[in-house]
Write a protein that binds this ligand. Structure first.
Ligand code: KG4
Ligand code: ZN
Length: 394
């Protein structure tokens, strides 16, 4: 069967058509068309996603992408081009979600096909098995359960226990900021553009490589973990070199929850202590490019230390056989490296391909097809499908 899928939960408008076969037991997919439009450039001047602008852009771009998608799949001349539609109904920005849902409902009525509402986070879980083009299948027959999913994005940081496909339990989540959100906020403090994740990560990678070269394996942060931020000057006051130490919030807490807001505040205090990038005299201040890179490195180390430590603890407790890492932050090189390092060879480890780390409609089509097959092709009443900004796994 052919499924058209729509994603508009945040700042990406995306539409795909997948040819799906095999049902819930042996699902396989072929990407017939896949188009998306990122709104990053539009939101960047606001330092984050501006909901009214997101809504406006989705409304503008949905018909454009829709036309391209049908043409690419060579279905534009058909009266009923697909057999079902899948649409993200939450979590996300409610007014953005409604644009996709309203568009999808219009098509479902016109073509008289079922509409499958999809949880965006379930989509991220399935993204690790997908491809942005060509054919692929999900091998559910392997002995993979219980699985553990670390979902890390701009809006979420969650550890999900998957005892069986489509049976999810949140075992830990952030109490305040999501990991990606912390990256974005710290980037703003350092004067880096939105989205901050890729920028901080690039600075951190460069600094890590530099330190590796000069220190040869000696840990940069020599202070106790979990302590307040410090700035240490060396003996030459003219040539201050900073050794930045940030806390690892909740790393040893007895649960699997996270908290990144304190880490962000620690960076704020640190920057205040260091002083502005430029002095009133016009001279360069101490928050120069080198110091920014050091802060980026220590911040990234702090976030990834906590994510990896808690994921491994959860893996032990729940005896997980598979670890899935998904969401925008899943493309972070250090996270990938550290998770790989910490995971035994007998654990199956899945990350999405780069094109499927950020929000996309392929994952929504996959999740939609699996749900539709599992429910024996029963679908919801159109009037029952509503945007749920705070949707949680249930
Ligand atoms: O999943 P996603 O595309 O959108 C949401 O559903 O939120 O995730 C976007 C988030 C942003 O906060 C962005 O800064 C972060 O993912 N991100 C990264 C990296 N690339 C994107 N964070 C850390 N390292 C990266 N390389
Ligand atoms: Zn997402």
């Amino acid at each position: 069967m052919k499924i058209l899928s729509i994603e508009t939960s945040c700042d990406d408008t995306a539409i795909s058509i997948l040819e799906c076969k095999g049902g819930f037991k042996k699902p396989s997919f072929q990407v017939l068309a896949n188009f998306s439009n990122s709104q990053i450039k539009i939101h960047a001047p606001h330092g984050g996603v501006y909901p009214m602008l997101a809504k406006r852009e989705h409304i503008k771009n949905l018909p454009i992408l829709f036309k391209k998608t049908l043409e690419k799949a060579k279905l534009d001349k058909k009266e009923k081009p697909v057999d079902a539609i899948a649409v993200t109904y939450g979590p996300g920005l409610e007014i953005a979600l409604w644009t996709g849902i309203t568009f999808a409902k219009g098509l479902a009525k016109k073509w008289n096909v079922p509409l499958v509402p999809v949880n965006h986070m379930e989509g991220h879980i399935f993204s690790v098995f997908g491809k942005h083009k060509g054919k692929f299948k999900i091998n559910l027959s392997r002995n993979m359960s219980p699985m553990l999913a670390l979902l890390v994005s701009g809006g979420h940081t969650e550890l999900i226990l998957i005892k069986d496909f489509a049976k999810y339990k949140i075992i830990g989540e952030t109490l305040d900021d999501a990991a990606g959100e912390a990256y974005d906020k710290v980037a703003r403090m350092l004067g880096l553009p939105y989205p901050g994740g890729p920028k901080i990560s690039k600075l951190a990678e460069e600094e890590r490589a530099k330190e590796k070269q000069s220190l040869r394996g000696v840990s940069q942060a020599d202070g106790p973990r979990g302590s307040a931020p410090r700035v240490r000057g060396d003996s030459d006051p003219e040539k201050i070199s900073f050794s930045v130490v940030l806390p690892r919030p909740m790393i040893y807490s007895k649960n699997f929850n996270f908290s990144f807001s304190g880490l962000k505040t620690a960076v704020l205090y640190l920057i205040k202590k260091i002083g502005p990038p430029r002095l009133a005299s016009g001279e360069a201040g101490k928050l120069n490019e080198e110091t920014k890179s050091k802060i980026a490195l220590e911040f990234e180390n702090a976030v990834i230390d906590v994510l990896v430590y808690k994921t491994m603890k959860a893996k032990e407790k729940y005896k997980a056989k598979t670890i899935i890492v998904a969401g925008g932050v899943a493309c972070n090189k250090h996270l990938k490296r550290q998770i790989k390092k910490a995971t035994d060879k007998d654990i199956k480890l899945f990350f999405p391909e780069k094109e499927l780390t950020t929000d996309n409609s392929i994952m929504i089509g996959m999740a939609g097809y699996l749900q539709f097959s599992k429910n024996n092709k029963k679908s919801s009443k159109l009037s029952d499908i509503k945007a749920e900004g705070n949707l949680r796994f249930r």
